[in-house]
Write a protein that binds this ligand. Structure first.
Ligand SMILES: [Fe+2]
Length: 295
């Protein structure tokens, strides 16, 4: 089995590259580390690059790139994918600092790429904007949640952290509670992208900063039940939902099968489970889920 070890980056197409470049640099506070024609590479301090922006006809998430350990043979990974009915493409030097990449159609219209783990960018020292630590997770609306979970678990080595009912799955590939979420939806599309803030104080500063920029929060601050992260959400200029979060559950000891204990946990130990849907499962602090999160 392929063993994904970390999230790499998200690739977005945008009809207005200049506007999104401005947002990612001046508001979110990523650093432009490379540019090749109509493609821009942006990093946060704990990544090589976290977001790739490409000029395109429509605003959409075109690909999610995942990292595998350095000693992974990508040719073997491609063979395994082929044996499971997937058609991988192998590319050389297709992105900065990426000698080899394989990309393929994953489940439910999610385009997936695999690269070997890479060093963080030394250039990513934000001087403007919010300045999150790293890309944390990407959530997708999909028709067939269980089918998508099977793909990520059986082929890419993800583990199921939690379910909300039978329609929302949270998958991890490292200590973070989730790096990919799959949520039932009428249409296959990205639901939201999330970056990690340092702490609660950083979230407060982000609220003040967004307020000054006249970018309204669309949900939060709150604390999710599933994953227990403190969250705020706003829209990017392309209308995508952007989450900033902190205090996400961690499983630093996989063998224990439990998340590291925290004072706000309901269970002791807090183990992966199926959560019953309800207001507190979505937000312990009470502000209900906005309708636009269900679309
Ligand atoms: Fe999230």
């Amino acid at each position: 089995m392929i063993q994904v070890s970390a999230i790499g980056h998200a690739t977005f197409e945008t009809p207005d590259l200049g506007r999104m470049l401005d947002y990612y640099q001046q508001v979110l506070g990523l650093v432009l580390v490379d540019r090749r024609g109509d493609t821009a590479y942006l990093a946060s301090p704990l990544d090589y690059h976290s977001v790739v922006l490409k000029q395109g006809a429509l605003a959409r998430c075109a690909q999610i790139t995942l990292q595998v350990p350095q000693n992974t043979d990508l040719a073997d990974a491609a063979k395994l994918l082929t044996a499971n009915g997937v058609s991988p493409e192998i590319k050389s030097d297709s992105e900065p600092s990426t000698a080899e990449m394989i990309s393929f159609d994953g489940p439910e219209d999610i385009r997936v790429a695999l690269i070997r783990e890479r060093a963080v960018s030394q250039k990513a020292r934000p001087s403007a904007g919010i300045g999150p630590r790293k890309l944390g997770h990407i959530a997708f609306n999909v028709h067939d949640v269980q089918g998508g979970v099977d793909f990520f678990v059986k082929l890419l080595g993800f583990r199921v952290s939690d379910w909300m009912g039978d329609f929302f799955a949270f998958l991890r590939c490292g200590p973070d509670h989730h790096t990919v979420n799959l949520l039932h939806g009428k249409k296959n599309k990205m639901h939201h992208i999330a970056f990690e803030a340092r702490d609660w104080d950083h979230i407060k500063s982000a609220c003040d900063f967004l307020g000054k920029q006249k970018i309204p929060l669309i949900w939060g601050p709150g604390r999710h039940g599933v994953g227990h992260n403190i969250f705020i959400y706003h829209h990017t200029p392309d209308g995508q939902i952007m989450e900033l979060y902190t205090e996400l559950d961690q499983m630093t000891d996989e063998a224990s099968g439990a998340f590291d204990p925290r004072p706000w946990h309901e269970d002791n130990p807090q183990r992966p489970k199926v959560w019953q849907p309800g207001p507190q499962t979505s937000n312990i602090w009470g502000i209900p889920t906005p309708q636009l999160f269900r679309e």
